[in-house]
Design a binder for this molecule. Structure first.
Ligand code: ARG
Length: 588
């Protein structure tokens, strides 16, 4: 379906053209004076010079051609030269009727869908998820859903950190504690046990212990580097042990991401490209890009126009070990070869921006990614506490994601129990759903690149620009629809009617902006656009609700029109929250 703004613009452009002016002057925008009009056209102002005429004259000429337009109820040429436009309620109704009858509310699909890989999540195996991982998961999931809804082919890849020193550290610590394990016996030739020699909670304790020890003890660190080397070079016991670590950890990660409503299409990791590294290095050497500097293999990536220092990209350390860079570059190579994406988007903390600049330049320079593959870094800001500093536990430590979720679930649960008596079990489940909306909306209503303050009280409030407010609105609509049905009404039989009051029309005007909003959100990779839209839509609905007697309306056609409008509002709101990655309960 054509976007409503385009339809309106074309109508006005026709009028400009018919009056002898340039067509482009008829471009229409949303009104910036909603008290005066719904849409406006400023073209007459722009045309004044060219036609050597007062803008108001031009505006009047165009307006006279729109007198009998089926689109406009009111066309006013006002000084100094604006066209103020109001839509006919019947036209608005027909447009909405079209939206309601079409897939995705008539959103037009791209002629050439793009294939996009989104690299997000990025947890590190065997380290517990903490709040730092929250934003990547929330933002990445939402942009995946938005781009997919907009008609693109999107592949989400978690890109596990599963190949670095942290693996060696864990193995070293395990060896200290249980030297008798067969994995460390180089002469062992039997099958390795099926069971992992640790649980997830042991694993999560082992890593920080090992990491702390390695900082104090040089020989311990040496051992860990050696273990990493053995792992990367395929020593069977180390590989077998590593498999256990991955399995136990991934199982736990899957559970955590499921709780966040986050789903990855690919669970690949840094380790998956290990075997591609020698070939890639060869390519870089042959092409004359990579050279040895102080023992390490590097590629220069600085450019003349740089205003800051961009250090070379290190490909291999002097001991031949691969780095974070190396696996990212090899992953680009693999994605280009196997998936051939039009674009790869990285949703990572913005503090890694320089790093990605180096990696992207290196990939371009060495030809791993050609001009057909966009490489885009979507860096997000920090989640801060109320004190404006990075969010911490009360004790000042890094907060585990699970703890954070439990806390917010608990706050929500108490609020739900306070305001209403529902069975405990239902309250728990509802609290979980609403808490997720609080966290996700609290994040996504900000532009991703900005820092934001994580404020549990504000996020869980049912008033204001919050997730729970949006959910309350949806639940309110559902409850009216239920009552309508309980009273014998059928949702299949209702049809939209032209608006009969201002608040109803205002709600309709919000709804018609849906497809333009999705397109913008997708183009800008901006979930905050969706959040802003549903906030406006929810406000428009609540205003309408307070102004209008819906179920007690006596005119049956009119009542049916209200119900049809509620249905569409509910569907659009539910679609939007799904794009943000959360859902609404049946009641609250
Ligand atoms: N594991 C990394 C970290 O915790 C994030 C991974 C980001 N993605 C990437 N392709 N490098 O910092």
């Amino acid at each position: 379906m054509k976007k409503i703004l385009d339809m309106i613009s074309e109508e006005v452009m026709d009028a400009f053209e018919a009056a002898g002016y340039a067509r482009e002057l008829g471009k229409v925008t949303l009104s910036n004076r909603p008290d005066l009009c719904e849409y406006q056209c400023n073209g007459a102002m722009a045309g004044a010079k060219q036609y050597k005429k007062a803008p108001i004259m031009i505006a009047r000429d165009a307006a006279s051609g729109l007198e009998n337009s089926p689109l406009f109820e009111e066309v006013n040429a006002v000084g100094p030269g604006f066209l103020n436009l109001k839509l006919r309620p019947g036209f608005l109704r027909d447009y909405l009727e079209g939206m309601a009858g079409e897939l995705k509310f008539g959103l037009e699909m791209p002629e050439k869908p793009r294939r996009i890989v989104i690299d997000y999540g990025g947890p590190n195996v065997a380290k517990p998820l903490h709040v730092g991982h929250l934003r990547s998961a929330i933002i990445g999931e939402s942009i995946k859903r938005i781009a997919r809804y907009a008609g693109h082919e999107v592949i989400g890849d978690i890109h596990l950190g599963d190949w670095g020193l942290q693996m060696g550290l864990i193995m070293t610590e395990l060896q200290e504690r249980q030297p008798e394990l067969v994995y460390f016996d180089e002469n062992y030739e039997g099958e390795y046990p099926q069971e992992a020699p640790f649980t997830i909670s042991q694993l999560e304790e082992i890593y920080p212990t090992a990491s702390a020890r390695s900082k104090e003890d040089g020989s311990y660190r040496e051992k860990a580097m050696n273990a990493t080397f053995k792992l990367q070079n395929g020593v069977p016991g180390y590989r077998a042990l590593w498999q256990h670590i991955i399995r136990v950890s991934v199982e736990d990660l899957k559970k955590n991401y499921r709780n966040l409503n986050v789903e990855f299409d690919l669970w690949k990791g840094e380790s998956d490209v290990h075997d591609l590294i020698p070939g890639m290095v060869e390519r870089m050497k042959k092409g004359g890009y990579a050279y040895i500097s102080e023992g390490a293999l590097v590629v220069d990536v600085k450019e003349e126009t740089d205003t800051r220092e961009i250090p070379p990209c290190m490909i291999l350390k002097s001991d031949g070990a691969a780095l974070y860079n190396t696996t990212d570059l090899a992953t680009i190579m693999e994605r280009v070869e196997k998936i051939a994406p039009d674009e790869i988007i990285y949703v990572v903390d913005k503090r890694q921006e320089l790093y990605f600049e180096q990696v992207f330049r290196c990939a371009r320079k060495t030809g791993l990614a050609g001009p057909g593959t966009g490489l885009r870094f979507l860096g997000f800001g920090t989640m801060n506490g109320k004190d404006g500093k990075p969010f911490k536990t009360r004790e000042g430590g890094v907060m585990r994601l699970e703890t954070l979720l439990e806390e917010i679930n608990e706050v929500m649960y108490r609020k739900i129990m306070e305001s209403r008596q529902v069975a405990e079990e239902e309250a728990r489940e509802t609290a979980r759903v609403v808490a997720l909306s609080a966290i996700k909306y609290g994040d996504l209503s900000n532009q991703a690149s900005k820092d934001y303050i994580f404020d549990i009280d504000r996020f869980t409030s049912s008033e204001g620009d919050t997730g729970p407010y949006i959910l309350y609105t949806i639940v309110r609509i559902k409850s009216i629809l239920n009552k309508f049905q309980e009273g014998g009404g059928s949702l299949e039989l209702v049809t939209l009617q032209p608006a009969v009051n201002l608040s109803e029309k205002a709600l309709m005007l919000e709804l018609v902006g849906f497809n333009a909003m999705v397109e913008t959100a997708c183009e800008e990779i901006g979930p905050h656009r969706v959040a802003a839209y549903i906030y406006d839509l929810a406000n428009a609905f609540n205003h309408f609700y307070h102004e209008t007697k819906i179920l007690t309306e006596e005119n049956q056609d009119r009542k049916a029109g209200f119900i049809a409008l509620l249905l569409l509002t509910r569907d659009v709101l539910e679609t939007c929250i799904d794009l943000l990655g959360f859902s609404a309960p049946e009641r609250m």
